[in-house]
Design a protein around this ligand. Sequence first.
Ligand code: G6P
Ligand code: MN
Length: 417
Amino acid sequence: VQKDRFKLNELVLYDNNAERQEAVGVIVRHVVEMFDPELKLTLTTDPEVAMADADFIFAQMRVGLYAMREQDEKIPLKYGVVGQETCGPGGMAYGLRSIPGVFQVIDDVRKYAPEAWIINYSNPAAIVAEATRRKYNNYKILNICDMPVEIEARMAEILGCELDDIEVDYFGLNHFGWYTSVRCKGVDVTDKLKEHVRKYGYISEASLNDALVKDPDWAHTFKNAATISTLFQDYLPNTYYQYYLLPDACVEYMDINNTRGMQVVNGREKRIFDASAALKRGEKVDLTQFYVGVHGRFIVDVVKSLAKDLRHRQLVIVPNNGAIENLSDDATVEIPAYITDRGAEPVRVGKIPRFYKGLIEQQDACEGLVVEAVIEGSYQKALEAFTLNRTIPSARVAKEVLDDMIEANKGYWPELK
Ligand code: G6P
Ligand code: MN
């Protein structure tokens, strides 16, 4: 869609799962043919073929696939604790699986394309980004997440403007941040937005046609921001705060027999694989359902800015290094940054109030301990991480959930001693 502004020579899809790659590849091939038939498309399961000569590597992986997402959600729910992909015990479990896989891909990139930029959005991004900081000092690695920009799309709908008109100030960790002010074409619209969000959350008339909002689970999530922004009126919350600040309400809403992961497998995943099979049989399929949404646009914008030194302002996940003045330098934070050809140049946030600082420091300690648990193979650190997480009510529950998760993750987690 953006080929006039950002022309690609070749697009390579790499997966270590040939069957899944084939199915997804059929759809990608059709979409590429529609938009940019001259673009060379390659599918490979060989990291050398995939990475050699690449300028930009988009990395996203799901270690353990959806079967393990389901476990991440179900095990905590058995104990009355939030069962979620990236937050709470599920997020930490996913982190323990993801880190070794992400390290493997980065090592491959450094071997076959030492100077390529890695744009990583493998989840849980907060924990993965902290791990890449520890191991690689984030050399030519940029960690990103689409949730903030997805919320900004809702803001634009509320305000009746374009997403490109919106500029925000924001601080926090990934899936753990706050909008401190929002401007639309340079005009401060923060109070106007707060008033709307306190009543309706991030939902408005205009958002009802949005593909994401049409999903009842996401609509519920966007609405939950109303409660949080009423309780804490200083800033506007990232939607993921529902799991940390309203965990009881979330557990009540969640269904252990129909977790979010199961909904995705029976919904989005099924639509993709059905469409792929239909295309293979030569049938006609409505491909518009697979066009890029806000997420795709965001990723391309970030890379365009990196490639052409456009200095676009985006929210990215970076080492703090003084940006949030009263937070440790080595915290991995999500803040606005100008994207240059040397990477992200974060803006200075300044001091944050005690309540927000307290929340963030606890979560940052928790995420750092997950990374240390992986690097050191330490059971104790994993237990400390689980105990520190706001979604878990006691050290006893932390140990029970952790021990169950160790069983379920055999072969995926490093051995914890
Ligand atoms: C947002 C988050 C991602 C997360 C996804 C889950 O896009 O930023 O980190 O993976 O939501 O969505 P799903 O529809 O799979 O529950
Ligand atoms: Mn995310």
